[in-house]
Every structure is written in C-alpha cells, then in structure tokens.
Design a protein around this ligand. Structure first.
Ligand SMILES: Nc1ncnc2c1ncn2[C@@H]1O[C@H](COP(=O)(O)OP(=O)(O)O)[C@@H](O)[C@H]1O
Ligand SMILES: [Mg+2]
Length: 603
C-alpha cells in the first residue's frame, strides 16, 4: 500500500504548522476528558517509578545496617505494592489513551473519507488512487503510532527523567553529580546517532516506497510484462531495487545497534565511576550504602529515557509528515460548489439543454471547448461525433457538472445548472460513461447502487428496458450474481448494458447522456444496445456520443465536433447535403454499417 509513501519525511516539518496543530487539536478535542485522565495516570506512573530505589535505600540504611530485620517486611511489601500500583496505573493510562486515540483516529478516517467523497473529478485527476489509499491507511497508521506509542513514551520518559534527577539531588547531590556527569557526552552521542539513524530511516522508507510503486506497476501490468516477454528485465529491475532496500535496511539497523551499544557503554562507565567514587564516599562517610545502591538503580533509570526518547524521534518525524499530508488534503476545496440556495429542479424534466458560449479547459492555456453554443429541444435525440480529443466527453462532463466552464453557462430547462443542488442535477442528467464502471456486489446492487428506494421490480424493469435482462437471467444466480472487481466477469458490452439499466433505474426521466464504448462490442450486444436506445430515447432528450453509424443515423440531429468546436450541426440528410466532414466520413465508412466512426471524422 505504501506506493507514494513519505515524500516529505525527514527534515523537520515547519510549513503549515498551524494547520497541523489545528488538525490534531480538532481531532483530539472531543476526547479531552479521557486524555486528561490518561495524563494524570501517566504522571502518577512516572513518579511512582522512582519510589522503589528510595525504598531500597531505606531498607539498606535502616533495618539492614542496624542488623535488625524488623521493619524489613513492611518495606518489602511497600516495594511490591508500589510496583503493583505502578502497573495498574500504567494499564489504566494505556487503556484510556488507546480508547481516545482510536476513537479520534476513526473520526479522522471518516472525516478524510467524507472529504474525499465531496471532491470533484479534477481532484481525482490530481491524486492517484494509490495516494488516496495511502492517506487513509498508512498516514493514519503513522498518526496511530504517534498517539498510541510515541506520545506515551515521550511523556512518561520525560516525567521519569525529571523525577529521577529531582530524587537524585534530594538524596545526595555529590552522587547525583557523579551519576549525571556523563550526560553531556550522552547528549553529544545521541545527537550524532540521531542524525545517522534519521538519514538511514529516510532512505529505508523511500526505498520501500519505490519497491511498492514498482510492484504495483508491474503487477498491474502483468499482462504486458508477459505478453512482451519482459520477465527477465522485470526480475533484474526488481533485484536492483530489492538490493537497495536491503542495503538501506542494513544501514539503518547497523546504526541503531551501534547506538544501543554505545549507550550501554556510557551507562556502564557512569555506573563504574559511581561505584568507585561513591564507594569511597561511603567509606568517607558522605554517602550511605543504601543511597549508593539506590543510585545504581536510579542511574539505570535515568539513561533508559534517553534511549527511549531518541528512539521516538524518528517516529514523531514520520507521523508529523503524515499529519501534514492529511491536513493538506483536508484543506482542498472542491471547485464544484453546491449553491447556497439551490433552485428546486423541476419534478419532471422537460429536457431542454442549452450551452451558452461555453469555454472550458482542464488546464489553463489548453482550451478543450472553445465557444460552444447549442440549444437542444426537449425530446431531441442528438448524436455527437468527432475525432478523439475533440471534446465530446468533456461536453458530457460539463452537462453533469463534473466540471464548471471557465466562461459561459450550461442551462437545463432554462436554469443555469450551477443553481441546482448537485444531487438533483445528477438525477435530472444521467451520464453513462464510456468505460462502464461496475462496483463490487451483485448485479442488482450494481443497478440500484444501494438506493433503497429502487425496488426489485424497478431493477427488473430497468434491466428489461435496457435489454440487459436476458444476459442477467442467464447468469448462474441471475440478479444476485456477484460482480467481480472491475466487472471482470462481464464483457464490455454487458457492462454497458448494465450501466444503461442503472441510468434508467436511478434517473428514469432525466436527460440521458451516453458515451458509447469505443472498444469492440460484439454485434449481438450492439444490436441489443441499439434496440434499447431506440425505445429509451423516444420522447427523452438524449445526447449520445456516437461511434456507430447505426446510432448516428437514427439520431434527430448530428453534431460534428472538432478541436473544441461544433463544426457541423444538422440531420443526417442536411449534413450529407452540406458535403463537409460528415459527408466525407459517411462516404468512406457509410456502407460498412455498424462500423466504428469515432476516429474517422477527420478534417
Ligand atoms: N481529466 C482530464 N484532465 C486533463 N485533460 C483532459 C481530461 N480529460 C480530457 N482531457 C483532454 O481534453 C481533450 C478533450 O478530451 P475529450 O473530451 O475526452 O475528447 P473526446 O471525448 O472527444 O475524445 C483531450 O485533449 C484530452 O487530452
Ligand atoms: Mg471521449
């Protein structure tokens, strides 16, 4: 899943700090009670952790030194009790933190997904599916690690460190200085290794990202790899990436292991000096034996936080980078906005469609539609033809308001479509896309798209109208047959029939916009589609982006598009008389009835 992982990890995250804080604050805010409970328990745990060394000292300097076992068992019981209490508090703290953290992350995941649901097609053009899945899974997981482990560790260890230092100085300042004398060395060493570890971790993450991306590309294109006998090349390329990943991983592990050993060494050095100078101190009388033993324990306890804290450094960096990406994504606003006060769409659409001076581009300076003026009367059946890239599909996309034109307006029944609510508009204008899309689920589910107001009878009626009923009934479980991902168990033609049935079921009275599939459809299916269209389009406004002469000839009106303009407009016979693009096309291809036309209309 980590296809586009961690492009911006590593360096400190400075930009958009406020957005980041805002994201974390708004996500965690509803759970502040649980969080403050966890925090209180956390402080309690950390403070309790310095009590056992203290009790040890009391035992050694008291009953043990006095040679009198009385009172020993009380201290021992206290010792066990404190450790037990510490564990109980720790459990409570982890529990509370997990509850609040997991709820907050589930909220964030929901917030992010519903944000994505509200985005328009241009958003999905900018962000690949792999990237979006990464936002919803990998990035949220990184935040999860931050909340459930890093934050706990950082807080606990910091409080522990402070508590240990305070206790040390209150017990014996000379021993405290002795024990902590190595801290500056420790700080330097940590700094040195932190950099190395961070660099190698970044390299490792970037390598795993590249391996993931490569696998994704190769596995998705396996058919090509095998058809063109590219297996050896792929294997070799993968070997290189795999070796790079292994190297990066090794470097990272080596740096970590070395760091750990050096830390152990420094701790041992501190303990040794404590033993020597502290032992002399006991003899000289400025320290007690109990204090010395307590200091051995405390010193170990003081160095552990340093290790743990430096370990968390990377995780925090990764999580912050993830949080930043999530925050940035949550900030994107769709270009297509719902009107503040939508005009109610007419309950029965008349079906008058007007394009009024429409100019449109996906990217600035690359105009796709250059001044479209078009009036389609209610009930008119229009065929749009033209070469690939002429802007036919874009015309359809504008009518369903997947994009807004930069200039001009699209009107439905006399009203600018920007004044309708999107859901009403998309009930009134139904687009059957060129690549018919199927979702996972049953055939019936694919037709009604989980709209519970569409009854089984409606589903069947729609399938019959679309001429899809016969193939559906031949399937093993009829309407309950499972559709495999991407509609893999259906032919392109069947998928198109299914989309048609869906359009009828979900917007029975709307303007129908059909982008004919260019991929070859067998003649039988094509006849079915044609027959369904003839029945469906009767009395309904329709715009069919047509590639087949049969569809074109049956239309009331034919629009020929070229380079973003409508260059010819009229009935079949009108256009033949005009003797332009269409006539030329018809003379070339006309006699092979049913031939695909799409790319043939060239100027
Ligand atoms: N989502 C998109 N983002 C950017 N450019 C696009 C997009 N869809 C289409 N285009 C460009 O717009 C032009 C018209 O495309 P389109 O309307 O699909 O033409 P047609 O359906 O006639 O083949 C083409 O040059 C195409 O590259
Ligand atoms: Mg197209």
């Amino acid at each position: 899943m980590s296809v586009t992982t961690n492009e911006t990890t590593g360096g400190r995250v400075r930009s958009q700090d406020s957005a980041l804080l805002w994201l974390i604050a708004t996500t965690m805010a509803p759970y502040w009670r649980l969080l403050s409970g966890a925090l209180a328990l956390l402080v309690g745990t950390a403070i309790l952790s310095v009590v056992p060394p203290y009790l040890l000292r009391r035992a050694i300097d008291g009953p043990v030194a006095a040679g009198n076992p009385e009172g020993l068992w009380l201290l021992a019981a206290l010792y066990a009790g404190v450790v037990l209490l510490q564990l109980v508090l720790q459990f409570g703290q982890v529990y509370l933190l997990q509850i609040s953290g997991q709820r907050a992350l589930a909220d964030l995941r929901r917030r992010l997904f519903s944000h994505m649901l509200g985005q328009d097609p241009s958003f999905y053009g900018r962000h690949g599916v792999g990237e979006l899945i990464q936002r919803l899974t990998g990035d949220i997981d990184a935040l999860n690690a931050l909340l459930s482990s890093s934050v706990v560790t950082i807080l606990t260890e910091s409080v522990t460190l402070i508590a240990v230092v305070v206790v040390m100085f209150s017990l014996n300042w000379r021993l405290a200085l002795l024990a902590l004398a190595v801290l500056p060395v420790l700080a330097l060493v940590t700094r040195f290794f932190r950099r190395r570890i961070r660099r190698s971790s970044d390299a490792e993450r970037s390598m795993i990202g590249r391996v993931g991306a490569y696998l994704n590309e190769q596995l998705n294109g396996m058919l090509l790899v095998q058809l063109f006998r590219r297996q050896p090349v792929s294997a070799e390329e993968f070997d290189k990436l795999n070796a790079g990943y292994r190297e990066a991983l090794m470097r990272q592990r080596k740096a970590s292991a070395l760091f750990l050993s050096v830390l152990e060494l420094i701790t041992a050095f501190a303990l040794a000096s404590l033993l020597y100078w502290g032992g002399r101190g006991v003899l000289a009388g400025w320290a007690t034996l109990g204090t010395l033993v307590a200091f051995v324990q405390l010193t170990e306890r003081a160095f552990q936080p340093v290790l743990r804290l430096s370990e968390q450094y990377n995780n925090v960096q990764v999580a912050l980078a993830s949080a930043e990406r999530v925050a940035r994504m949550l900030e994107t606003q769709p270009d297509i906005r719902e009107p503040a006060e939508p005009v109610p769409a007419p309950s029965v659409v008349r079906g008058e469609v007007v394009f009024d001076g429409v100019h449109f581009a996906y990217k600035p300076d690359e105009p796709v539609l250059r001044g479209i003026d078009l009036r389609i009367e209610p009930g008119q059946n229009v065929a749009v033809v033209g070469p690939t890239g002429a802007g036919k599909s874009s015309l359809a996309a504008l009518l369903a308001r997947f994009y807004d034109p930069q200039r001009g307006a699209v009107l439905l029944d006399g009203e600018d479509i920007r004044n309708f609510s999107l859901s009403e508009l998309r009930k009134a204008v139904c687009v059957v896309p060129q690549d018919p899309i199927c979702i996972a689920g049953t055939i019936a589910g694919n037709i009604r798209l989980y709209d519970s107001t569409v009854s089984d009878a409606d589903v069947r009626r729609a399938a019959e109208l679309a001429n899809a009923a016969s193939f559906i009934e031949e399937m093993p479980d009829g309407y309950e047959t499972e559709v495999r991902p991407g509609g893999a168990n259906l032919s392109v033609g069947q998928r198109q029939l299914l989309s048609l049935a869906r359009a009828i079921a979900l917007s029975p009275n709307g303007v129908l916009v059909l982008d004919e599939a260019t991929s070859s459809i067998d003649t039988a299916t094509e006849a079915l589609i044609q027959d369904a269209l003839e029945r469906l389009l009767h009395g309904h406004t329709s715009i069919v982006i047509a590639h087949r002469l049969t569809t074109i000839r049956n239309a009331d009106r034919i629009l020929v598009m070229e380079r973003g303009r409508i260059v010819e407009d009229g009935s079949h016979s009108d256009l033949l008389l005009q003797d332009g693009h269409y006539a030329r096309l018809y003379r070339h291809r006309g006699h092979a009835s049913g031939g695909a036309v799409g790319n043939a209309v060239r100027g």
